[in-house]
Design a protein around this ligand. Structure first.
Ligand code: MG
Ligand code: MG
Length: 255
């Protein structure tokens, strides 16, 4: 079932989304060569705590997971696509980092992710990140009343495939509200004009994930969480929580 949010609820979700944006900005600021992923997680925890927000990630345990998620951010470096567990790994020059963060405030959840490089970037990584952001922007632009879920999926997939990148099969965006993962699913590839019709009050996490090598294959680490590319190429992830409104898409996790 899809819960349509009132204008007031969307305003409240915006407050949660602002906390996510602040946490991601703080993590990005702190991410330098030599800093560990656990230290980045602590930076995000500090922002959530300071805002009186809880983490929908910490302790989260979907069906596929052997253990509850132990952190407030996912930190996925280089060939890790999503769901990386922040550990003692210290960032190295040229790393490509994807950080995914959520916040629960006033009963509402915000969910967003950003990818960036540390130190001297590889040109290919910058192109990959730019394409992830362009795919996210295209998906958001399609999130208008009267369109369908397939229009968002098609917009995202067209940008990713057009640049020659792979899309991990079976992962994508989702409805978001009182829970982090609600209906409907928002695939990162699909046919325009298909799927559930978008209505004002729907709130969606739109989140393209791109594989640089152009294959769609991924594998899961022994930790049961971290998804990695099979070809060893790098991956990028970008995400916003977006409300479908009569005035157009409203990005609730914008800075
Ligand atoms: Mg997320
Ligand atoms: Mg999400």
């Amino acid at each position: 079932m899809v819960e349509l949010k009132t204008e007031r609820s969307i305003d409240e979700m915006r407050a949660a989304g602002r906390v996510v944006a602040r946490a991601l900005a703080a993590v990005r600021d702190a991410a330098r060569v030599g800093v560990s992923l656990q230290e980045l997680d602590r930076v995000a925890r500090g922002v959530l705590d300071g805002a009186g927000a809880a983490s929908p990630f910490l302790g989260y345990r979907p069906q596929f997971a052997p253990v509850p998620f132990p952190a407030v951010v996912c930190a996925s470096v280089n060939d890790a696509i999503v769901h990386g567990i922040p550990d003692g790994y210290r960032l190295r020059d040229g790393d490509l980092v994807s950080i995914d963060c959520g916040a629960r405030l006033g009963g509402w959840v915000g969910d967003a992710a950003v990818s960036f490089t540390v130190g001297r970037p590889r040109p290919g990584d910058l192109r990959l990140i730019e394409t992830a952001e362009a795919a996210l922007a295209a998906g958001i632009a399609a999130a208008v009343p009267g369109n369908r879920i397939g229009d968002i999926a098609h917009a995202i997939g067209t940008v990713c495939r057009g640049a020659g990148y792979g899309i991990p099969d079976g992962f994508g965006g989702h409805g978001v509200g009182r829970h982090m993962h609600e209906e409907p699913g928002v695939p990162n590839e699909g046919r325009a004009g298909r799927g559930m019709r978008l209505r004002a009050g729907m709130v969606l996490a739109i989140e393209p994930m791109l594989i640089a090598g152009g294959t769609d294959d991924y594998r899961c680490d022994g930790d049961g969480w971290t998804l990695r590319t099979v070809d060893g190429s790098r991956a990028a992830h970008a995400e916003h929580t977006v409300a479908v409104t009569p005035a157009g898409p409203r990005i609730l996790t914008a800075p």
